[in-house]
Design a protein around this ligand. Structure first.
Ligand SMILES: [Zn+2]
Ligand SMILES: [Zn+2]
Length: 240
C-alpha cells in the first residue's frame, strides 16, 4: 500500500518543530503528491493558532506553491470542538481559504462557558462507570453534531484521550462522507477503534500528525494497522 498525501502536519506556528517549507521539502523527498499543513484551531490551550497567524500561514502556503510546483500544498486546519452542539473554532474569515477541514476533539480547550458541560463530564468520567457512560454519550453527540453541521473532511484521532461511541460516530461520518483518521502517532492502541468503525462503511485517511519535519510522510504504523485489519484499499482515501 502506498500513501500519496499527508494531510495532517504541524509546524512551529503551534508546537511543531519545523517550518512549513521544511515540511513541504520532506514531503517531496518522501515522494508525496500532496501535503497539508493542519495547525491547531485557536481555542486549544497554549498551542492554538490565532486568526491572524492562520492568515499568515495561508499566505505563506500561497507563496510556496509557486516555488514547489511538484507537490500540491494544502491549507488545512485541525479545528476544535467547542461545545455540545458541535460548533468548532474556525474563524469565519478562515473558512473560505481552507482546502480541507479537519476536526479533532482535544480535551485541553479554553474553558469557556459553553465548553463547561464537556469539561465537567469528562473530568467526572474517571470516577465511576456511570459518569464514564455519560461523558461518552456527550462526547459522541458533540462530534456527531459537528459532522452534521459542517462539511468536515477528516475527524482526527477519534477516541484519543476521550471516550466515544465509535460505531455511532463512524455511522454519522459514513452518511456525510466524512473520513476518520488512522493517526500514525497513536500506534497499536487505535486498532480496536478502527475495527469498530470499519463495520459502518466509513472511509479512512492515514496521516502522520507530524510535529517535526522528519515525521512527515511517516506512515508505517498506520499502514501496519490497515494491513492487520485487511482494510480494502478503496477505504483508505489517500492510498493509490
Ligand atoms: Zn490533534
Ligand atoms: Zn494534530
Amino acid at each position: 500500500m502506498k500513501i500519496i498525501g499527508d494531510y495532517h502536519t504541524h509546524t512551529k506556528y503551534s508546537h511543531g518543530k519545523g517550518t512549513i517549507e521544511e515540511n513541504v521539502v520532506m514531503a517531496i523527498k518522501r515522494g508525496l503528491k500532496e501535503i497539508g499543513i493542519a495547525e491547531h484551531g485557536p481555542r486549544v490551550l497554549f498551542v492554538g493558532v490565532s486568526e491572524k497567524k492562520l492568515h499568515k500561514i495561508a499566505d505563506e502556503i500561497e507563496n510556496l506553491r509557486t516555488k514547489y510546483k511538484e507537490i500540491k500544498i494544502l491549507f488545512n486546519i485541525e479545528a476544535n470542538l467547542i461545545d455540545i452542539h458541535g460548533n468548532i473554532d474556525v474563524p469565519p474569515s478562515i473558512l473560505p481559504r481552507l482546502d480541507m477541514l479537519l476536526v479533532g476533539f482535544h480535551p485541553n480547550i479554553l474553558p469557556t462557558y459553553h465548553y463547561l458541560p464537556l469539561a465537567y463530564n469528562n473530568f467526572l468520567a474517571s470516577f465511576s462507570s456511570h459518569n464514564l457512560e455519560k461523558a461518552r454519550k456527550l462526547n459522541t453527540m458533540a462530534l456527531v453534531n459537528a459532522v452534521n453541521k459542517y462539511k468536515i473532511d477528516i475527524i482526527t484521532h477519534p477516541g484519543h484521550r476521550i471516550h466515544i461511541d465509535t460505531g455511532l460516530l463512524a455511522k454519522a461520518c459514513a452518511n456525510r462522507n466524512t473520513a476518520l483518521e488512522i493517526n500514525c502517532r497513536q500506534g497499536e492502541k487505535i486498532k480496536d477503534f478502527v475495527e469498530v468503525a470499519l463495520k459502518e462503511g466509513v472511509k479512512f485517511y492515514i496521516n502522520s500528525d507530524a510535529h517535526k519535519p522528519e515525521d512527515v510522510g511517516n506512515f508505517e504504523e498506520g499502514i501496519e494497522i490497515a494491513k492487520k485489519l485487511n482494510i480494502p484499499k478503496e477505504f483508505i482515501v489517500n492510498s493509490n
